[in-house]
Design a protein around this ligand. Structure first.
Ligand code: UFG
Length: 343
């Protein structure tokens, strides 16, 4: 029998969080979004109420949880740029570590016992195997990965001490959009490859730079595992069912298990858009591993995860349709010195 739930989506005004809200609402669940709108967009909150609150302000969290009853929390709030984490480590530890701790404490005080947490491939550092499974050593090489790994540790400690049930989902490269639902990737300062490639196709923004073509890969550019945001949302929903049965803290890697180089992405995008994509090759970007490809057998077997977007072209096409007609969304505004951002 289908169970309807009341879910709090922290960071639900952001890229992945807004796709989560769409999925839950479409599947009959009650959604509430908590966001400080530091990088999220009010316009992306199309399902459920918005509570403006900040994970670094425990009083605002107390107000958010007071008088409401949530069956589970999904936690997408984070600063999530590898390069920026190297230059602003305190902001990353404040947001991703202290912010998560504050959220966990609010959940404990208000007796919410289930959490789905956004983690990342960056917890692994430089991979030592071709496909990365959950047992791969965790050796983050930047503060972003380190902050997420610390938060994962909180979850196992919280399981032990307070009986918190949790699932940490380690995304590889989130991509794509749901243009028919009016949501997609909209970062004020875009660093990700696919949006930058599409902007280059549209002649918007600075020309596309390939960060290094001297890696030890087939064509010399970095290889990544692109996974559609809707498939990520599916995995979160399955994690709720999983926690009904399973106690403790669990981790799953989420990717399609196929690696695409920067040149593969450019060639596929040129095909999808029918437009040339001018680029130049520049120096490597600090902190980029040559290859990151997931082994997601555990998620398929234990969660029943079955990604629907297994080809690169439709993933890029969905992002293209979104970028092409992207509405103008309100600019971000900083709330404080260390805003909690939505992944
Ligand atoms: N790249 C370019 N030009 C660009 C943007 C990216 O050549 O304009 C390259 C990058 O060097 C990298 C690849 O394209 O090789 C993908 O870069 P993205 O910025 O799109 O994504 P990342 O692989 O850096 O980031 C992802 C997740 C992070 C995670 C990280 C782990 O978004 O959350 O993998 O390294 F931490």
């Amino acid at each position: 029998m289908k169970q309807e739930r009341n879910i709090l989506i922290c960071g639900g005004a952001g890229y992945i969080g807004s796709h989560m809200a769409q999925w839950l609402a479409e599947h009959g669940h009650e959604v509430t979004v908590l966001d400080n709108l530091s990088t999220g967009h009010r316009e992306a909150v199309r399902w459920g109420d918005l509570i403006e609150a900040d994970l670094l302000d425990p009083a605002s969290l107390e107000r958010a949880f007071g008088g409401r009853r949530f069956d589970a929390v999904m936690h997408f709030c984070a600063r999530s740029l590898v390069g920026e984490s190297v230059t602003q480590p305190y902001a990353y530890y404040a947001n991703n570590v202290t912010g998560t701790l504050n959220l966990l404490e609010a959940m404990r005080r208000h007796d919410v016992g289930k959490l789905v947490f956004s983690s990342t491939a960056a917890v692994f550092g430089n991979p030592i195997t071709d496909a990365i499974d959950e047992a791969h050593p965790k050796a983050p090489i930047n503060p972003y990965g380190a902050s997420k790994l610390m938060a994962e540790r909180f979850l196992s400690d919280a399981a032990q001490a307070y009986g918190l049930r949790s699932v940490a989902l380690r995304y590889f490269n989130a991509a794509g959009a749901l243009p028919d639902h009016g949501i997609g990737e909209a970062h004020a300062c875009e660093t990700h490859l696919i949006p930058n490639v599409l902007r280059a196709a549209l002649g918007q923004g600075p020309s596309l730079k390939i960060f290094g073509n001297d890696y030890d890969t087939a064509d010399g550019t970095c290889v990544r595992d692109y996974v559609h945001v809707q498939d990520l949302a599916q995995a979160h929903a399955l994690a709720l069912n999983f926690m009904d049965k399973e106690e403790g803290a669990h981790t799953f890697n989420l990717g399609n298990g196929q690696g695409f180089s920067v040149h593969d992405v450019i060639a596929t995008a040129a095909n999808v858009t029918g437009l040339p994509i001018p680029y130049e090759v520049t120096a490597r970007r600090e902190g980029d591993p040559a290859r990151l490809v997931a082994a997601s057998d555990k998620a398929r077997e234990q969660l029943g995860w079955a990604p629907q977007w297994t080809e690169l072209a439709p993933i890029i096409d969905s992002a293209w349709r979104w970028h092409h007609d992207q509405p103008t969304w309100s600019p971000h505004h900083a709330h404080n010195d260390h805003p909690v951002q939505a992944a």
